[in-house]
Design a protein around this ligand. Structure first.
Ligand SMILES: [Zn+2]
Ligand SMILES: [Zn+2]
Length: 388
């Protein structure tokens, strides 16, 4: 496959950078060492930088020729609160924190692309290299947009890339329209008078109400939403009680809703509220309900997706660019950037998921074999979208 020669030449450098970042993972908004690493590399390549966007964010800006057009390429820098179990030589030295989503690889591939493009300057226009904090759970993408990412660095489109275990090495997958789901979060608190466990008739029971509610909530995806739509409503936490002989006064349920169409947000919130209040009335308990909408669906725009697919095909060959993979019910905070500007988020194959090499696993490790491939995609994208 035509990995760019010059990038292939610094595969060893890329591997060293990736493993260095991997050994020093940092949590959301605390990516200080990683941010310093990125800033130092960009400066070494002769690329002017802006620091401090959303705290640890870094933007490198490379201009070439007199062209007015500008695009942005984005990587994420943060790690996860996981205790690494890979046993590899470059394993995390930061106890309980791990690059288990491959953001070490994403940062490295974008740095390598910056180095190549600064060396070769074979394009006309402006490229902004966007390194964002806090992709996992903390909405660093939104923080970057709020901090003026697109007003300070105006672009016609922004592009993102994530490694994807299960897609073979040497392949990409991309699609127009939704590619990652929204992630809404809800909390239902059931309050009651509680009771002695042996005398339930003297109080009321939030645990029995919670049981009914858990069953009833399953009807939202199956009975309320159009079966043609992809929707998940998952309860993921249940807290209540602390001993054998007391019916508690409170049970808390928490969960997440995933979907691709923004219009479903209101449908799901309304249904959850209606069912919670109905079940509470049936059981004579009180209920309070909160619904947060932290991450919208990530929706790829048609034209940038065409450009991304063509660039991937130039690197990997047309047969290795999969355009029919279903979207993922996972979420991705690049969605905030895609909501603000047209763009495209592409998956690069990370190889088989065997031996725990799936995202967010304590045995996951980014596949260094794909570093030149991802960097070549970035550079090919820039040279084809902004031809020199
Ligand atoms: Zn992740
Ligand atoms: Zn990730």
């Amino acid at each position: 496959m035509p990995i760019l020669d010059r990038i292939a030449e610094f595969h060893a450098d890329m591997t060293a950078w990736r493993r260095d970042i991997h050994a020093h993972p940092e949590m959301a908004f605390k990516e200080h060492r990683t941010s310093d690493f990125v800033a130092a590399k960009l400066t070494e390549f002769g690329i002017p930088i802006d620091r401090g966007l959303a705290g640890t964010g870094v933007v490198g800006t490379l201009r070439c020729g007199g062209g007015e057009r500008a695009i942005a390429l984005r990587a994420d820098m943060d790690a996860l609160p996981i205790h690494e179990k890979t046993g590899c030589a470059h394993a995390s030295t930061n106890h309980g924190v791990m690059h288990a989503c491959g953001h070490d690889g994403h940062t490295t591939m974008l740095l390598a692309a910056a180095r190549y493009l600064a060396d070769t300057r074979n394009f006309d226009g402006t490229v902004h290299f966007v390194f964002q904090p806090a992709e996992e759970n903390e909405c660093g993408g939104q923080a970057m947009v709020d901090a003026g990412l697109f007003t300070r660095f105006p672009v016609e489109a922004i592009y993102g890339m994530h490694n994807w275990p299960g897609v073979p090495v040497g392949a990409f997958a991309v699609r127009s329209g939704p590619i990652m789901a929204a992630d809404d979060k809800f909390e239902i608190t059931i309050s009651s008078r509680g009771a002695h466990a042996a005398m339930p008739h003297l109080g009321d029971d939030p645990i029995v109400a919670a049981g009914a509610l858990i069953g009833a909530i399953q009807t939202i995806a199956s009975r309320t939403v159009d079966p043609q739509e992809g929707v998940v409503v998952s309860l993921t936490q249940m807290h209540g009680g602390n001993t054998w002989n007391v019916i508690p006064e409170e049970v808390v349920l928490r969960g997440t809703c995933r979907y691709f169409k923004s219009g479903l947000r209101q449908v799901l919130e309304t249904a959850l509220r209606r069912i919670s209040e109905g079940v509470a009335a049936t059981h004579g308990v009180r209920v309070s309900f909160t619904y947060r909408k932290p991450i919208p669906p990530a929706v790829n725009a048609e034209q940038p997706t065409g450009a991304a697919a063509r660039a991937a095909a130039l690197v990997a060959g047309e047969a290795n660019v999969h355009r029919d993979l279903p979207p993922s019910m996972g979420c991705e905070d690049f969605a905030f950037m895609l909501a603000a500007r047209p763009g495209c988020y592409i998956w690069i194959g990370n190889g088989p998921t065997a031996d725990g090499r799936s995202l967010h696993s304590a045995r996951y490790d980014f596949n260094d074999e794909i570093l030149p491939l991802g960097a070549s995609y970035w550079c090919t994208l820039v040279e084809s979208v902004l031809p020199g």
